[in-house]
Design a protein. Structure first.
Length: 291
């Protein structure tokens, strides 16, 4: 089946990026969030990111105008019932995602494919709460969506081949590359990345290094473009903690124990860039380490 219309649930940093790339690729997009305010913030972000692409000659001003016109914001989740493909990209909490699918299912067309951009939650479990586990899979973008090339495609235990092929074709139309992962906690990228970030937080917690020495070490010592703590702030510390908890619970191995300092930052509401403070304080001109 060919996908023409896409519904994106959640207009946060990932959801607005997904709406952006889908609209630029020619899909009609319905963008949903819980409040008008969140939607407006998401649309403003899409607008400024598209403007940046125009100023760098990546796209034309006409492309930008056409993309913005293809995105229809709505706070009413049932408005997404008519689309061909839903990409759920709300907060990384299983109960939130389950409740979204539960509310959406009675309004869906029979052919609609459901997907989640979850970083770590079981696709098979999310699928089993819907009326269409065979038309359900993981569609995992990387942050920032307009820039990062990879999309992880995750097949749940019941996902059928037609659904998988339809999603693969979407990734191709976006000009991105897909990698296929089986449905185990945190899939491939985060299964490898998050324990490294968590270990960086332990390194900080145990006083082996401070924020600067840890990030400089990993940038210059391993040629990573960002240090692990800077990257954690970029991803969002709540999302990092949620993924570590999924690994810990799902694989029952103490090597995935979330660092207590990561928990502490999340409890403080210091979630990284999106809240202005995390391992760095972003409220001034330049980021300042908080430890
Ligand atoms: P975010 O906090 O920036 O955005 C989440 C958005 O979901 C918010 O705007 C919130 O209002 C909205 N939301 C919450 N409950 C909702 C509901 N019931 N209905 C509609 N919208 C709702 O988080 P994010 O970084 O965009 O993460 C979203 C998803 O993407 C998560 O599943 C996360 O694991 C995944 N993801 C994140 C990254 C990353 O680097 N941050 C990378 C890949 C995937």
């Amino acid at each position: 089946m060919e996908i023409r219309t896409v519904g994106v649930v959640g207009a946060g940093q990932m959801g607005n990026g997904i709406a952006h790339v889908m609209a630029l690729a020619g899909y009609d997009v319905m963008l949903n969030d819980i409040s008008q305010d969140m939607l407006e913030k998401g649309l403003a972000k899409i607008h400024s990111n598209l403007e940046r692409q125009v100023s760098r000659d990546k796209i034309s001003a006409d492309d930008m105008k056409a993309a913005m016109a293809r995105i229809k914001p709505t706070v009413q989740l049932p408005d997404l019932g008519q689309v061909d493909l839903v990409i759920e990209s709300a907060t990384e909490r299983e109960a939130v995602k389950q409740s979204i699918f539960e509310q959406l299912v009675p309004h869906l067309e029979p052919h609609t494919i459901l997907t989640s951009n979850t970083s770590s939650i079981s696709i098979t479990r999310l699928a089993s709460g819907t009326d269409r586990p065979e038309k359900f899979m993981g569609f995992h973008f990387m942050n920032p969506v307009p820039i990062m090339q990879l999309v992880e495609l995750i097949r749940g235990i019941a996902t059928d081949q037609e659904t998988f092929q339809a999603c693969s074709a979407v990734v191709e139309k976006l000009g991105k590359t897909s990698a296929t992962s089986e449905d185990f906690p945190a899939f491939i990228v985060n299964r490898i990345l998050m324990p490294m970030i968590n270990e960086a937080v332990y390194t900080l917690y145990e006083g082996v290094g401070n924020v600067t020495s840890i990030d400089v070490s990993m940038k210059l010592g391993t040629n990573h473009p960002m240090g692990p703590l800077e990257l954690a702030d970029f991803i969002g510390l709540d999302t990092c903690l949620a993924i570590m908890n999924v690994l810990h619970d799902g694989l029952a191995d103490t090597k995935y124990r979330p660092c207590p300092l990561l928990t502490k930052y999340v409890e403080a509401g210091w979630l990284g860039r999106k809240t202005g403070r995390g391992f760095y304080d972003y409220r001034g001109e330049t980021p300042v380490p908080t430890r």
